[in-house]
Design a protein around this ligand. Structure first.
Ligand code: C5P
Length: 224
């Protein structure tokens, strides 16, 4: 059984408000994608890394840790599909990771891969939700307050049996879905179970400017 990891890095990251694509914004003196590739390469389980890169960045030195680089698509789902298309033939487990979760530790990759290898065909890392969440209608009125103890904030890397994630993406194309919220959602649409393992605080997604401050603090703590 061989584990491959697709790191999607082709988003523009407009909420970060920077000129360059988010994965190439620097923290601790290195682009986010560089940090993500460091972690993937330190995972004991990952044997092959595919990066899905934004236009014009395919040859960037920050991607030197990747085995294969492919161009991105219009949506995250398209970018993942581009990565799935170039997996090596012997990869039967696939981790799919957001470059924006650049500080997810190697142990998280290992935990997710191990859970797939243990027999779960779809695995997501999840953490408890700290805010109370409300369902709100178009008029701005609260219609429900879900029980927080049943909710998880889901991270990446998400892990899959290759046959299952390929089938899930193919079914999405047939349905005309183009912008799935995450890869596990496509497996859920097949009616298949998705198993949750413990996520990690460092696997937060860099989205807004304050997330860059948190990321540099985490890096400084690691270096101390
Ligand atoms: O925008 P957001 O942070 O939710 O994107 C999640 C991940 O998907 C990021 O790492 C981003 O680079 C990637 N992405 C992509 N191709 C797109 C859109 C997003 O690879 N078209």
């Amino acid at each position: 059984m061989s584990v491959a990891c697709i790191v999607v890095a082709a988003g523009r990251g407009e909420r970060l408000g920077q000129e360059r694509p988010k994965a190439f914004v620097e923290v601790g003196g290195r682009p986010l994608i560089w940090h993500a590739l460091q972690a993937a390469s330190r995972s004991a389980r990952v044997a092959h890394v595919v990066v899905v890169a934004p236009d014009g960045y395919e040859g960037d030195p920050a991607l030197s840790g990747a085995d294969t680089v492919v161009p991105g698509g219009a949506t995250r789902q398209h970018s993942v599909a581009n990565g799935l298309a170039v997996l090596p033939p012997d990869a039967d487990v696939v981790l799919i990771h957001d470059a924006a979760r650049c500080l997810a530790p190697p142990s998280l990759y290992d935990d997710v891969a191990a859970d797939v290898l243990a027999g779960h065909d779809a695995v997501v890392p999840g953490v408890a939700v700290v805010d109370t969440l409300k369902v709100v209608d178009g008029a701005g009125l609260v219609t429900a307050t879900p029980d927080r103890t049943e909710l998880r904030a889901v991270q990446t890397p998400q892990g899959f049996a290759r046959t299952v994630i390929e089938r899930a993406h193919a079914a999405a194309v047939e349905r005309g879905d183009t912008d799935a919220p995450d890869d596990a959602a496509l497996v859920e649409r097949l009616g298949l179970p998705v198993h949750v393992v413990a996520g990690h605080a460092d696997a937060f997604k860099v989205t807004r400017p304050q997330d860059l401050l948190l990321a540099s603090t985490v890096l400084a703590r690691r270096a101390a």
